[in-house]
Design a protein around this ligand. Structure first.
Ligand SMILES: NC(=O)C1=CN([C@@H]2O[C@H](COP(=O)(O)OP(=O)(O)OC[C@H]3O[C@@H](n4cnc5c(N)ncnc54)[C@H](OP(=O)(O)O)[C@@H]3O)[C@@H](O)[C@H]2O)C=CC1
Ligand SMILES: CC(C)(CO)C(=O)C(=O)O
Length: 310
């Protein structure tokens, strides 16, 4: 098994800066951030601060990046993924492993189409309450990176190498036996809570206390269960109860990443949530009325942040 020494990160936001800070603390030379010159200049000027500590990360532009990476972490939002895929080109080598920490079920396919599925492990982050304002991120829980091959009855060399890095650096992780099922489980959770929190402007406390909010969230998630079953992925309403348990444990003031996007007037990830549900529903002939409504509501919110469009 090869040892991971060179980690590159694309996307120094809430998730990226949280995990980069942990890697940096274990070894300041471990992680390099790839970003365009404008971002690098802004990050240097404003400073990257995680939980009150400033981190002098090493930066490199996509053009200057030369050494092949042992591991690349991608932590941008969905609408920046195409840019990020281009930006990592110079550091993708023969033996590079790529982990996409994005939510949703589509990013791995896009990265795999460019660099080959053999470079990828599936992954996502769960259980974090990371919040970013500008270049400052804070969290009380960084959550964990759930990762692996599609099936992980035994650890492949790629999985073993990433596991060794995470053990060495103290990055919390989980390697589930059935990774695709876990990826869909997280997707079902995001389709439920992220989207309804965004339209209701509701922090987690609302879902903890108001039955109607939980019902709405459950209705959106149930549409994912029907689609998962079409793909041979065994999700059930029991899985919704599991994620409600997680939400009940989060801070009542905490907010999903989509609610944070709406409050900041930023583009959301609705296209990888309701957008994907609606398009798979059409493909399989499964009705997805709740996500049809959420898709239109959230697209409308995005178009009207600055008033009625001209
Ligand atoms: N926040 C959360 O609680 C959770 C988020 N996730 C998922 O993780 C992913 C990342 O989310 P999050 O960290 O919240 O997002 P953020 O918006 O906080 O961070 C994304 C970062 O990517 C940077 N970026 C965008 N384009 C590029 C590029 N071409 N090159 C380099 N950097 C770029 C942005 O830079 P800039 O700021 O300069 O524009 C930004 O800092 C999403 O898919 C999200 O759904 C998953 C679990 C929890
Ligand atoms: C699970 C949840 C809701 C918080 O970790 C998330 O993935 C997000 O906010 O995008």
């Amino acid at each position: 098994m090869s040892t991971i020494q060179k980690v590159y990160l694309s996307g120094l936001g809430a998730i990226g800066s949280a995990y980069a800070s942990r890697l940096y603390e274990s070894d300041p030379g471990l992680v390099t951030v790839i970003a365009d010159p404008e971002r690098i200049e802004r990050y240097r000027r404003q400073g990257i601060v995680v939980n009150g500590r400033e981190y002098p990360f090493r930066f490199v532009t996509p053009e200057a990046a030369a050494e092949p990476a042992d591991l690349i972490l991608i932590a941008v939002k969905q609408h920046h993924l195409a840019e990020s895929i281009r930006a990592i080109r110079n550091v993708v080598g023969e033996r590079t492993i790529i982990l996409s920490l994005l939510n949703g079920i589509t990013s791995e396919e896009l990265i795999g189409a460019e660099y080959g599925p053999d470079k990828l492990l599936y992954s996502f982050v769960v259980g974090t309450d990371a919040v970013r304002e500008g270049t400052r991120t804070r969290f009380s829980s960084m959550g964990k990176i759930v990762f692996g091959d599609k099936l992980n009855r035994t650890a492949s060399p790629k999985v073993a190498a990433v596991k060794e890095l995470f053990d060495r650096a103290g990055v919390p992780y989980q390697i589930p036996e059935d990774m695709l099922r876990e990826l869909w489980w997280k997707f079902m959770m995001n389709v439920g809570v992220n989207q309804t929190s965004a339209v209701l402007k509701a922090p987690y406390g609302v879902f903890q206390k108001v039955g109607e909010a939980r019902e709405l969230m459950t209705m959106a998630s149930c549409e994912v269960i029907r689609l998962a079953q079409k793909q041979g992925i065994n999700l059930s309403e029991e899985d919704i109860r599991d994620y409600i348990g997680i939400i009940n444990g989060l801070s009542p003031q905490g907010k999903t990443s989509m609610l944070q996007d709406v409050e900041a007037g930023r583009k959301t990830e609705v296209e990888i949530f309701a957008g994907t549900v609606v398009s798979l529903g059409r493909q399989y002939g499964v009705a997805t009325p709740v996500n049809e409504v959420l898709l239109r509501m959230i697209r409308t919110l995005e178009r009207t942040y600055r008033g009625i469009p001209e």
